[in-house]
Design a binder for this molecule. Structure first.
Ligand code: NAD
Ligand code: FES
Length: 284
């Protein structure tokens, strides 16, 4: 069992938790992920590691409460336990030999972009960070990014904070001005990663994306997380999750990620929260 030692709501839909998991904290690197299961009947959910504290033995996860399992996790509190917390899985962000990089984070994907930005900085790179959110009220981790970035650009879709527009806009401007990066790393919703790749492709800028396909075992056995990269089948859990974005078949990824959308909606509709039921029983 794994204890939740800290819980913080970052905005209405996004929660941060520090989980006591000393063996994972000891080995974790930016870009890797864990799989959690709330209880023995729970769904297995992969989450990229948002941070770790090797001394305290804790691993930070930041998640959006969208599906059944993440909503259930979000309903737990400090001091509660979860059944399984497995990792670190996947390959770390490749930070070696990069002198100048640009990390692009979209929405909740910023939680994953932050440790990679930190890792690039620690490896000696000059780091530009571009982050994008729909509006000011859902901005997360701004101070943390500012602490590691040599240049920080905040974008909002509605112009309520930072610059007005999508993350691809300043990226395009910087590349058009003739600046070159050894790597652009984009982490966020699939359309964002796809359009970051479309932006960098004409400039020949090496671009990595962190993919989040459906995963089951997380160890390369079930094939659930397969993605097509450069015409070859790869397993995101063992070959990734970061891949050369110019080679990724984004259309296939989008289709595969939508397979269970109707089923999830159906389950969410039928589900009666046990906590609510318990509360009502106590009142009666
Ligand atoms: P969002 O839809 O609010 O987008 C965040 C930002 O991405 C926007 O503000 C914009 O700047 C940029 N963006 C979005 N679409 C774009 C486009 N077509 N072109 C250029 N830029 C674009 O993001 P959200 O709701 O916070 O994110 C939720 C999604 O992110 C979920 O689908 C989730 O699965 C995914 N996600 C992915 C990862 C990952 O590892 N890649 C991690 C966490 C979440
Ligand atoms: Fe099963 Fe990757 S999650 S092969």
């Amino acid at each position: 069992m794994f204890k939740i030692v800290r819980k913080k709501e970052l905005n209405d839909a996004v929660t941060l938790m520090d989980i006591e998991a000393p063996f994972i904290a000891k080995k974790a690197k930016a870009g890797q992920f864990i799989i959690f299961r709330i209880d023995e009947k729970g769904e297995r959910v992969p989450l990229t590691i948002a941070g770790y504290d090797r001394e305290k033995g804790t691993v930070t996860i930041i998640f959006q409460k969208v599906g059944f399992a993440t909503k259930a996790l979000g309903s737990l509190n400090e001091g509660d336990f979860i059944q399984d917390f497995v990792g670190p899985l996947g390959k770390p962000t490749g930070v070696e030999n990069k002198k100048k990089v640009c990390v692009v984070g979209g929405g909740v994907g910023c939680a994953i972009a932050l440790p990679s930005a930190k890792a690039f900085k620690e490896a000696g790179a000059e780091v530009t960070v571009i982050v994008g959110f729909r509006s000011k009220d859902i901005v997360i981790l701004e101070d943390e990014f500012k602490a590691v970035a040599d240049r920080f650009i905040m974008m909002t879709d509605d112009g309520s904070y930072g610059r007005h527009g999508l993350v691809t806009q300043p990226l395009q401007e910087i590349l058009e001005a003739g600046e070159q990066f050894d790597e652009v790393l984009a982490i966020g919703p699939i359309p964002m990663m796809k359009f970051v790749c479309k932006t960098t492709e004409p400039f020949g800028t090496h671009t990595m994306v962190s993919l989040n396909p459906i995963m089951i075992d997380g160890t390369g056995m079930c094939g659930g997380c397969r993605v097509t990269v450069g015409g070859e089948t790869k397993f995101a859990c063992v070959d990734g999750p970061e891949f050369d974005g110019h080679q990724v078949d984004f259309a296939e990824l989008m289709n595969r990620n939508g397979v269970y959308r109707d089923r999830e909606a159906e389950v969410a509709e039928k589900h009666t929260c046990r906590m609510d039921a318990m509360g009502k029983a106590l009142i009666q």
